[in-house]
Unconditional design. Structure first.
Length: 80
């Protein structure tokens, strides 16, 4: 391993160790709250699925579908 890499690694290790020593209570608190991440992901997925369902309904409605087909048709008919 390169000497510069060893120096940087040693410095980062010392920094992390110092932060852990100084803010150990914050690290422990963050670990206790780790389970909340799963529920946040679940709520995000539920919201995304709901938004996708509304968007699907809008895009498959008669008027919007006709407009989209018209736009695509005009784009394909453009001469270059």
């Amino acid at each position: 391993m390169n000497k510069a890499v060893r120096v940087v690694r040693a410095g980062l290790t010392a920094l992390v160790d110092g932060l852990r020593a100084k803010h150990g209570d914050l690290v422990r608190a963050a670990r206790r709250d780790a389970g909340m991440v799963t529920s946040e992901y679940a709520m995000g997925i539920i919201a995304a699925v709901g938004f996708a369902a509304v968007l699907y309904k809008v895009l498959t409605s008669g008027q919007v579908s006709g407009e989209l087909q018209d736009i695509v048709g005009r784009a394909l008919d453009v001469r270059m």
